[in-house]
Design a protein around this ligand. Sequence first.
Ligand code: 13P
Ligand code: SF4
Length: 352
Amino acid sequence: MDNKVYAPDSTDAHIDALKKRYGGDLVILGHHYQSDDVIRHVDIVGDSLELARRIPDIKARNIVFCGVYFMAESACLLARPGQRVFLPDHDADCAMARMARAEDVERVLERLTSTGRRIVPLVYVNSSLAVKAVVGRFGGAVCTSSNARIMLEWALKEGDAVLFLPDRNLGCNTARALGVPADKQVLLDLSRDNLDTEDVRKAKLLLWPGCCPIHESLMKVEMVDAFHQHFPGCRVIVHPECSPEVVERCDGAGSTAYLIKEVENAVAQGRESALCVGTEFHLVRRLMEKYADRINIIPLAQATCPDMDRVTAEKLLATLEGLDAGKGEVFVEEALKAPARESLVRMLEICR
Ligand code: 13P
Ligand code: SF4
């Protein structure tokens, strides 16, 4: 672990000066997966649900979002007229979001609903605005890892079946927790075009074949087993973007907010000597450092997200320097706004 004492450099000093200059006209938001170099400049830190919830109350004219593209797009949708949203690097996209293209989602939904079946699309917030707009037009809603359970329950009641996208793992893990039988879940195979099979027609849950490469590929069953072996009786908790096989072997799974809460509860109760946390490493390392003298927090894997890491303090500074000129401003297509907002607002209303 890096135990260096933090010494502000000229980038930090410039950022501080610009924050002072803009005062109440600027708010910097940051997702928990951002590096320390960025987080130290952030006014509001949160997971995707918390950050989305905070937007409507923000009065500042300029919102700089340190996260990935879909989060900045959601901020644009929820922002007030005249407010501007900035993302320090527009190539900071989410690998999972790229696995569902709007034209494919639309084509699949048209096929699935062509027989008159009511298919409710439920889209994880980690998706493009264009995909959220398709989902809104088909009467569906957005969900996050914090509210996936409530939203899936809602969607299952609303329709004959649910199309969950893009994360097959979050979909499957949530369905298992709700007791949806395995034989009522089907993983779509877009390359084999399995949309008209008997299985699909009978399914309650159709899973889009997307995933988070960080949580799926870098967090393995063997790692969970190794931890349990080395620390008998200690718990492993993970993000539900991990594979169902990993989640099954763990002692708890939930959103970023859940993982943080579990660590805080473990510290408060003082009964556990070690706790293994399986999610993005910047967040886990901050928890390790924060509670180093109280509990041994161990990362399941040292996995950071390359998309989140595209945002750096230097790029944040460049964005702040170019704020008046609109450098890094995020624009969303006007025609997509209303249907995408519908799917997002539906979530906020159901989870109010
Ligand atoms: P949260 O919804 O928990 O913030 O997670 C977002 C994300 O990108 C997880 O990989
Ligand atoms: Fe996307 Fe995974 Fe990165 Fe989260 S960790 S932003 S899901 S690629």
